[in-house]
Ligand binder design. Sequence first.
Ligand code: AP5
Ligand code: MG
Length: 192
Amino acid sequence: MINIVLFGPPGAGKGTQAARLVKRYNLFHLSTGDIFRDNKKNGTELGKLAQSFMDHGKLVPDDVTIQILIAEVDKHPEVEGFIFDGFPRTSPQAKALDEILAGRNTSISKMLALNVEEEELRKRLASRAIESGRADDANPEVIQKRIDVYNLETAPVLDFYTEQGKSSIVNGMGTMDDVTSRLFSEIDAVIV
Ligand code: AP5
Ligand code: MG
């Protein structure tokens, strides 16, 4: 099994690149943001709860998010591995993920952290806002809040994986194809 954490700030290209990686490596794309948005669309209680945090650029509480992650992993026992996109975002989430995978006799193979300049993040999210319908893209203050929350609460998760010797920082600037080939090289090096 190969399990990848695709890490990076809002707008770094996690979703875009995850879609390409799952095809090449036959992995399952698990995005907590997508799960919350689906629940919001379907009007579930979880969706309503998540929306109250997401629309302000804040993190959904760890206990809720970790339970969702466990349920989603358990729904897919047949897969050859996961790409975790947008999870873990806090130290407790990173610890929980290690425990969840250990309980299933597997572990994180690699954490790939996309590095993109803040100005470029703001530009990408503002231009996506036009067609995404994402409330958290529509307001520049919420975009800034998401970037600030990333820097304060999420960026330290990089250290967690660096201490395990599993992290690589990948240049997320340039074209989507440029970034994809950098990620392919990183993952190919883990597989061989
Ligand atoms: P989430 O859905 O994870 O959003 P995010 O981290 O803010 O990131 P985005 O999805 O906006 O960006 P991305 O990195 O996927 O980039 P993308 O490929 O789309 O989380 C949303 C919210 O849910 C959080 O704020 C929080 O409230 C909650 N949440 C989720 N997970 C949570 C967790 N674990 N714990 C607690 N709360 C959680 O690209 C962005 C745009 O740029 C696109 O338009 C794309 O086409 C474009 N683009 C991509 N690559 C390039 C490139 N190389 N050049 C030019 N444009 C590019
Ligand atoms: Mg995304």
